[in-house]
Design a protein. Structure first.
Length: 212
């Protein structure tokens, strides 16, 4: 299943997904890992993504395990980083180092929690407890913010979040804006052999991620 959630429908859809995840259903329990996965993409509708030309991606994955944060780079994490890089380059974006002042920065987070709560991306930096240090991108003292929506969530089996940051305009805005987010949730996400197809599903839902 793929959900491309827009601000108008996001709260209802995410709340529904939370209810589904709470319901014991033998049919759902018998699904294969790929069939349990849900792909959610969100964007800042005011952004013209062709105005960005270069990107850099964090060289490790942030792991949030029931409130505890760590950073690591496993073969699975590298597979996701490689897949994201591949589909960004297919969209015409050029990979550069973070020292080269990229237009976009990309963070990857694996979330493992059984908590139900509310995601408010307008206070994204507070929600994640500052696990992404803006200093990594050269903006010490800055915060993150997102102009889009939100609702309830529940994650029982893990999720992978990909966040695209507007570094091009960060200095002018005084904050780092999150212009796109891709979320994968379901069973068996942390699988290096399916990382490419999982990331492809998110980019397929986001045809506007291209330079022209």
């Amino acid at each position: 299943m793929k959900y491309n959630i827009t601000p108008a429908t996001g709260f209802i859809a995410i709340a529904f997904l939370g209810l589904v995840s709470c319901t014991k259903n033998s049919a759902v329990n018998n699904l294969s890992n790929p069939d349990t996965r849900i792909y959610i993409t969100q964007r800042d509708s005011t952004v013209n993504f062709s105005s960005y030309k270069t990107f850099s991606i964090d060289d490790s994955v942030t792991v949030l395990d029931n409130g505890q944060s760590s950073r690591s780079l496993t073969p699975t994490g590298q597979a996701f980083i490689d897949a994201i890089t591949k589909y960004m380059q297919q969209g015409g974006y050029t990979l550069v180092t973070k020292a080269a002042n990229p237009d976009l920065g990309i963070n990857v987070t694996y979330i493992n929690t059984t908590t139900t709560g509310i995601i408010d991306y307008s206070s994204y930096y507070d929600y994640y407890g500052g696990y992404y240090d803006p200093t990594y991108w050269g903006y010490g003292g800055y915060g993150y913010y997102s102009p889009y929506m939100y609702g309830t969530y529940q994650i029982n089996s893990g999720a992978l979040s990909i966040d695209m940051l507007d570094l091009k305009n960060a200095a002018a805005n005084g904050k780092i804006k999150i212009v796109w987010n891709g979320l994968i949730r379901g069973e068996g996400i942390a699988d290096a052999t399916t990382a490419d197809s999982q990331v492809q599903a998110l980019f397929s839902q986001s045809p506007y991620l291209k330079t022209n």
